[in-house]
Design a protein around this ligand. Sequence first.
Ligand code: NAI
Ligand code: MG
Length: 488
Amino acid sequence: MSELLDAGFDTSQCLIGGRWIGASGGRTLPVEDPSTGHEIGRIARGGKAEIEAAVDAAQTARNGAWGQMPAAERGRLLAKIGRAVEENIEWLAKLEAHDVGKPLTQARADARALARYLEFYGGAADKMHGETIPYLGDYTVFTLREPHGVTGHIIPWNYPMQILGRSVGAALTMGNAAVLKPAEEASLTALAFARIAMECGLPAGALNVVPGLGEEAGAALCAHPGVNHISFTGSLETGRKIQQAAAQNVIPVTLELGGKSPQIVFGDADLDRALPFLVNAGIQNAGQTCSASSRILVEASRHDEVVRLMSERYRALTVGAAIEDQSVGPLISERQKNIVQGFLAEADEDGLAPVAEGQMPKSAPMGGHYVRPTLYGDVDPGHALARDEIFGPVQVIIPFRDEEEAIAIANGTDYGLVAGVWTRDGGRQMRMARAIRSGQVFVNNYGAGGGVELPFGGVGKSGHGREKGFEALYGFSALKTVAVWHGR
Ligand code: NAI
Ligand code: MG
């Protein structure tokens, strides 16, 4: 096929113990470009055998050069890899644009975030010290932060580089050896990153990458008794399976499972400042974002105004191929497009009409998985559009009467990942920040700056455990308490 992507390397290999090898039997999976629906390459279809070899290699690395590397040197190495990522932003962004349909500007931002994770965590590696604890007479007690050992990382297709950065970056910082199973829809930047890391001198086996299907390579990684910690970002259903597998081996697991995150706009909000956040947090990455703000709660007095202003912005949004860098690219797959269109059809049957839609230029390639950004006004908080994670460029505006009702609606889903509050009233800012059930609350902003430094994770069905910031480093290590009696 003439449209094969020149990635600059053989994409059909796994990285195991520092060696690039094909999956047993030469098994591969297609790489689809969601902007066109065309196959543009192949990746390895790793399975149980590759996972076993990767876990072995990680254990060997823990007992060898990687395990013995002093923290300062580990940090320096991570920072060096971060700089190399920075130098390769264009290459990585192009791979991502073709692999997952992410518009180039957004793909570049992801690559930059990956570099920033490595810079941030690299700088932290030699600062993760323990404590001394006052204890009985003739005792000295101190704590050590030790790596878990081998960490398993199962990541999704929506923000491959960012999630790799926060998860693998933090695990390596603490001296763990990682086995990464990227999503079958999005393995190219994980493989490219691994090449960069190896060129920078990462010891063999510290990072192993085994692409493959969730039910094959993913399930094998979760079930492997040699894995000491699992980090997972993805769907609720798969998260449940992963926690069950982790229970068999009694290992800790971090689950980040998405949300239905609200932004709450009070009557006194600065709408000029709020508007770009209200819209971008819903349509960024075509709404395929765990922390997407898919619900906009607006005090009734300003509901119609917010509908009008958001509608203007929606009508200016354009949809198109990732490489053309429009506001919104395609969805990841035909399956994801069907899920999102199912929600829109259900709304239609229930008599809900969109208040505004984005534009789909005729130049959008045939076969791409495009969905027009779609905005609904005056939606009942009980409707599926306002309750379920859609994972597409769809937002609903919900009116509320007062603070109490805003809190009830905001907390009225099974999820609790992120929330935004827009008000100038200082007391209300604090009351809302405390009353909302979620892992993060942004006041008069929403996710500004990317938040590498800010601990992130959910409550309720959004999952548990925290990644990003220093908190991730606690999660990727185990605390050992040493009590020394030194009496005569
Ligand atoms: P998924 O949760 O099945 O896939 C995420 C990762 O888990 C992939 O690497 C996949 O290979 C792996 N996986 C799947 N089954 C597994 C198993 N049995 N054992 C171990 N690993 C397994 O999500 P999928 O199917 O790609 O998307 C379905 C829905 O999930 C989306 O429509 C969206 O609503 C949600 N989602 C949420 C994400 C988030 O950021 N929270 C990311 C991706 C999807
Ligand atoms: Mg793909």
